[in-house]
Design a protein around this ligand. Structure first.
Ligand code: ADP
Ligand code: ADP
Length: 221
């Protein structure tokens, strides 16, 4: 049984006469209770893959489905609804809304889903070392704080699948352990799944599955 499937994804970018083949036939099966880590050097296609899995980008070929529902090549309205219901997404640059404070950002999806949980959000932010930053606005956060607040915003509504890009960016070793603990706890507690792109060897060590991507393909494929 899987909570998310990607089959034979292709994604080509065109800039002027240049074509970049960011994904070239990537398939992935995401199972509940599993932490999957994506490794690959800069430019190998990790962010593109996560964006396609999140329904924020559309593959040129292949299919993405979540909980048995097709996410790829759907109208934005359908993708947004599937995302809010099943996915927690944290991409690079963060996904925080500038005019909402940290706490309101983190409780937002839960409120939209009709399941507000402010206590849970505060607990999560505290575990991530952001207890003092609940009422700060995104522009006031450091890079590491932005990454952690964005992770909290992706997790608070307890999605079936967390998709995260470098959640431990710009944090010290101790904070990194807290972030990893929150992710592990999330996967175990909810039998959810996580797919995380990272350069962190500590995070990769904790993964149930490590997949290596190179030039838009699985390295071993
Ligand atoms: P990673 O996340 O592993 O660093 P990316 O998915 O960001 O890799 O990029 C994969 C390839 O696609 C790179 O060659 C990158 O330059 C290219 N690329 C990514 N996004 C775009 C875009 N919006 N337009 C053109 N090329 C892009
Ligand atoms: P603890 O076992 O640490 O006392 P609880 O089981 O009382 O924590 O959790 C209280 C709330 O905190 C949960 O309802 C949930 O909303 C939130 N929470 C704590 N950790 C997480 C997590 N890793 N992911 C999502 N929500 C969490």
């Amino acid at each position: 049984m899987s909570v998310m499937e990607a089959t034979d994804l292709y994604r080509f970018y065109h800039v002027g006469d240049e074509e970049t083949r960011a994904l070239r036939g990537v398939s992935l099966d995401v199972r509940p209770g599993e932490l999957t880590v994506l490794l690959g050097k800069s430019g190998s296609g990790k962010s593109t893959l996560l964006a396609c899995l999140a329904g924020l980008d559309d593959p040129d070929g292949g299919v993405v489905s979540v909980n048995g529902r097709t996410l790829s090549r759907q109208p934005e309205r359908v993708r947004a609804a599937l995302r809010a219901e099943h996915l927690g997404v944290m991409l690079q640059g963060g996904n925080l809304i500038a005019h909402l404070n940290v706490l309101d950002n983190v409780t937002l999806t839960g409120r939209l889903n009709g399941k507000p949980d402010e206590d849970g959000a505060i607990k999560l932010l505290t575990q991530l070392g952001l207890a003092e930053r609940l009422h700060a606005f995104p522009a006031q956060l450091s890079g590491g704080e932005t990454a952690r607040a964005s992770l909290a915003a992706a997790l608070a509504h307890r999605p079936r699948v967390l998709l995260a890009d470098e959640p431990t960016a710009e944090v010290d070793a101790q904070t990194e352990q807290h972030v990893i603990a929150v992710i592990k706890d999330f996967v175990r507690r909810n039998q959810s799944a996580a797919v995380i792109a990272t350069h962190s060897p500590r995070l990769a060590e904790q993964a149930d599955r490590v997949l290596r991507i190179q030039d838009g393909r699985w390295q071993d494929a």
